[in-house]
Design a protein around this ligand. Structure first.
Ligand SMILES: NC(=O)c1ccc[n+]([C@@H]2O[C@H](COP(=O)([O-])OP(=O)(O)OC[C@H]3O[C@@H](n4cnc5c(N)ncnc54)[C@H](O)[C@@H]3O)[C@@H](O)[C@H]2O)c1
Length: 360
């Protein structure tokens, strides 16, 4: 769970959902688009550090894109190619959360019939948390594996210029009577948002969060940003160094090159057309073995992980566990939004004549 060493205000989750839905509909979103997108950004706000930028901060970019045609409201989810196991979809520049939800439903439908469902999506938008979509697949008892490309922020290992994205992966594994195992991660050590956050708060960062424009390491966030801290000048540091770079390349081949979306340095250019591609996969454990047997074997593995002797003073967590703990706390104590974002959200609310929820 996060310790908020930062000024946050807390809000009731339902109130935030209601606000987001009203706000998005006031900008032209359909009821369905507003509901799905709001649930996604509010879940992100309840799970992740605000510096990750996945919460209500997303409304700032959505506002821009809804105003300039970067996102189409009521976009068609068009299945271009279809087979029992695989499909190719054109998202027609719809809301990323909505396109990904429909893609996840299609993948599950296929996996229920033939054991696996693979849905390649082109012409979508930023879909937020990769793990959120993988988690939705686990609700049907299946393993979800979801990835996306995005704006180039990672340099090929050994280079100084960004070509690949932070390329998040979400991997969700369903557990009977427990939260799923949910690995939700960028293929970079950090993200621009956390570095900007540290800059703003006057904090150092670990030396493997970013590389400078010259490809050097540093712990000073100012070395990776322009003078006012609003733009990145460096590149994101791949997880596992050249290994993470290789995985990001693979991700862009699946999500960009093979889907027909933009890829590499072309992807996510400007605010008008992100043209992002996703790859959404569902695996049905029941195709491979009886459900009960799969769950018993999975719990045996979880048990072994839980009983591994911890390093002194440390706790062993399953992937996703920390975010589920944070979410429970947010549900009880209120969803945290950092004060600077609240100020900007108040302006959005006022512009659309919608009241922003009261703090709790
Ligand atoms: N759509 C996009 O373009 C985009 C790009 C980047 C990130 N994201 C999203 O941003 C969010 C944050 O990503 P991130 O990479 O910064 O996450 P992170 O580095 O904070 O966590 C990554 C994963 O590691 C797990 N983890 C962390 N500490 C752990 C521990 N001590 N023991 C066991 N597991 C642990 C977490 O549960 C999580 O599954 C995610 O939802 C991601 O999908 C989206």
């Amino acid at each position: 769970m996060y310790n908020y060493d930062i000024p946050v205000r807390r809000y009731n989750r339902n109130d935030l959902n209601e606000f987001c839905e009203k706000y998005l509909m006031s900008l032209g979103a359909t009821e369905e688009e507003a509901r799905i997108t709001s649930a996604g950004v509010v879940a992100a706000a309840s799970r992740w550090h605000p510096g990750k930028g996945q919460g209500l901060e997303k409304l700032f970019r959505l506002t821009l894109q809804l105003g300039n045609g970067g996102i189409n409201c009521n976009a068609e989810f068009e299945v271009l190619e279809d087979s029992p196991a695989a499909a190719l979809v054109d998202g027609h520049q719809g809301f990323g959360y909505v396109v990904a939800q429909k893609g996840s439903e299609l993948a599950v439908e296929k996996a229920a019939k033939v054991g696996i469902g693979i849905v390649s999506i082109k012409h979508s938008n930023h879909f937020g948390q990769a793990g959120y979509h993988a988690e939705s697949i686990t609700k049907s008892g299946m393993i979800g594996y979801v990835m996306t490309n995005a704006r180039a922020e990672m340099a090929p290992w050994g280079a100084t210029e960004p070509v690949l994205a932070t390329s998040p992966w979400g991997i969700g594994i369903p557990r009977e009577g427990a939260d799923p195992i949910l690995l939700d991660m960028a293929l970079t050590q950090s993200g621009q948002g956390m570095v900007m956050w540290a800059f703003r708060e006057g904090q150092d960062v670990p030396d493997n969060w970013m590389l400078t424009a010259d490809g050097a390491k540093s712990t000073n966030p100012a070395d990776f940003l322009n003078a006012d801290g609003s733009e990145s000048t460096g590149t994101q540091y791949p997880i596992g160094e050249f290994k993470g770079y290789g995985l990001a390349l693979f991700t862009d081949v699946l999500c960009g090159v093979m889907s027909g979306s933009l890829f590499g340095t072309q992807c996510f250019q400007g605010d008008v057309n992100h043209d992002v591609g996703h790859m959404i996969m569902a695996f049905n454990p029941e195709f491979f073995m009886e459900k009960k047997k799969f769950q018993e074997r999975l719990e045996q593995l979880v048990g072994e992980i839980r009983s591994a002797k911890p390093i002194e003073g440390r706790t062993v967590y399953l992937p996703g566990e920390l975010e589920f703990l944070t979410e429970r706390d947010s549900n009880e104590s209120g969803v945290p939004i950092d004060e600077r974002s609240v100020e900007k959200l108040l302006v959005l609310a006022e512009n659309q004549n919608i009241s922003f929820p009261s703090e709790i």
